[in-house]
Design a protein around this ligand. Structure first.
Ligand code: FAD
Length: 292
């Protein structure tokens, strides 16, 4: 099943997970999959390290397990900057052989010590390439409500986003954000620029201090005063910070769903407890907002 077809029917609710570190066996993620499938997301996306040191074996294995064992629709991420065409062909073949139909096509981040191949400089190149080879994949792309950190400004970034959609991305998933107004502003500007595919809002429940620092350094998400107040007040009380982080994410989702967002993509950080709390709180609202 192609994920793009879901947006016509409903407000989509999906999860993101990541494979275990290379030093841990893949089985360490199985309990997480078991717990998450029980929450009945519309699909689960599986990240893929951009390093080019492997060929996404764990991403594929997890996507396959989701589909075959749990009947959950998987989406495999695919970063391209460190792969050449032959390597991408091989990965696509494996996806096809294993019935993986949905791909999140990404450029990926540059990895220190690795020289990018020049076959794919941007995600749009990968999307165009996949579309030229086969029509059997549904392809999504990433977008950035607060501008991609390397883009000189939002207008330029949105122009590049439009190229991604013109190349064949059928829907988009945003980088995490904590200020819904930044999403609304971005969505308006993207629509005005002709980006007319569904956009899922990426929500990350922040549940510990280290995670917040890492996220802000990595993606530059701005932190509203309401959010920083919570962190400052509860930083020494992990349980309270976790609960407040969950409540903050729920509040964001309720506002987005009320506003008619196309979908919510929850960055679960492989934490089924947090995913469950949020799913239980917003499940009824998402159902009520569904378009059919
Ligand atoms: P692009 O769309 O190529 O954009 C990257 C930059 O290039 C932007 O600044 C854009 O404006 C610019 N650009 C685009 N086209 C052009 C052009 N023609 N000329 C000049 N500049 C241009 N990374 C991973 O390694 N693995 C993952 O699994 C993963 N999952 C992600 C999931 C989501 C939902 C998101 C939002 C990000 C994810 N990332 C992942 C991170 C992502 O790879 C990085 O953010 C990366 O820096 C950009 O990827 P992109 O696909 O958005 O790149």
């Amino acid at each position: 099943m192609k994920i793009a077809s879901l947006f016509a029917e409903k407000t989509v609710f999906s999860f993101e997970i990541f494979p275990p570190k290379k030093t841990s066996p893949i089985e360490t993620v199985y309990d997480t999959l078991e717990a998450l499938q029980d929450l009945h997301p519309d699909f689960i996306s599986v990240t893929f390290g951009a390093g080019g040191s492997g060929n996404g074996e764990n991403t594929l294995a997890i996507a396959r397990r989701l589909k075959e064992r749990y009947g959950v629709l998987p989406m495999a991420h695919l970063p391209c900057i460190h792969y050449n065409k032959a390597q991408i062909d091989q990965i696509l073949e494996q996806f096809q052989e294993n019935g993986i139909e949905n791909i999140l096509a990404l450029r990926g981040d540059r990895v220190e010590g690795l020289t990018p191949t020049t076959d794919f400089n941007h995600a749009a190149d990968l999307i165009r390439y996949i579309r030229s080879k086969t029509g059997s994949f549904d392809i999504a792309g990433a977008c950035y409500p607060e501008c991609h950190p390397e883009a000189p400004n939002m207008d330029t970034d949105i122009r590049h986003l439009k190229e991604k959609v013109d190349a064949g991305a059928s829907h988009l998933i945003t980088q995490l954000f904590f200020d819904n107004d930044s999403f609304y502003d971005f969505r308006y500007r993207a629509a005005r620029a002709g980006v007319n595919v569904p956009i899922e809002a990426g929500i990350m429940p922040v549940t510990n201090r280290k995670q917040i620092e890492r996220m802000v350094t990595m993606c530059g998400a701005s932190l509203p005063r309401k959010f920083t107040k919570i962190v400052q007040r509860f930083e020494d009380n992990p349980e309270a910070l976790r609960d407040a982080g969950i409540a903050y994410a729920i509040d964001q989702i309720v506002d987005l769903v009320t506003d008619g967002v196309d979908g919510i993509h929850l960055y679960t950080m492989n934490n089924p407890y947090v995913a469950r709390k949020i799913s239980e709180a917003v499940g009824g609202i998402i159902k009520a907002a569904t378009k059919c």
